[in-house]
Ligand binder design. Structure first.
Ligand code: ZN
Ligand code: ZN
Length: 138
């Protein structure tokens, strides 16, 4: 088991709403989609960097959770995906490397997971949960 807080050398980046640890991740997604919609669907209100990685992993895991995403959220996710470069951008992202917060090992993003509580990268070797009640996707 992990004891104490996991050190995190690189702070998560991306849409600040999605990085707000005080709310569950699905609430953050809904709030980000709302802010984007109410702000005239500006590309500036979309998501990039680590927040996008988390968002995309969360989206891809939705069927596993038996979840149907609502129309505003689906529109937001579609726009964010396009702005991120679609399948090309996503493919390039998956080949980038990141350091896991649990051991400090370097992994390709396609082989790493992310905690939807704190948005830290975690490798499969993590023994035990990261944040209480948070889903780990990737
Ligand atoms: Zn690790
Ligand atoms: Zn966490």
């Amino acid at each position: 088991m992990t004891t104490g807080p996991i050190p995190n050398s690189t702070a998560p980046t991306g849409n600040s709403i999605l990085l707000d640890r005080t709310r569950p991740f699905p609430e953050r997604v809904a709030a980000a989609a709302r802010a984007w919609d109410e702000g005239g669907r500006s590309p500036a209100a979309l998501v990039d960097d680590r927040a996008y990685f988390a968002l995309r992993c969360w989206q891809l895991a939705a069927p596993e959770r038996g979840e149907q995403l609502g129309a505003p959220t689906a529109a937001f996710l579609g726009q964010a995906y396009d702005a991120f470069g679609g399948s090309t951008g996503w493919g390039l992202t998956l080949r980038q490397r990141a350091v896991c917060a649990c051991h400090g090992d370097t992994w390709r993003l396609e082989n790493i997971e992310i905690c939807l509580g704190c948005l830290r990268y975690l490798c499969y070797q993590l023994d035990g949960p990261c944040c209480e009640g948070a889903e780990i996707v990737g």
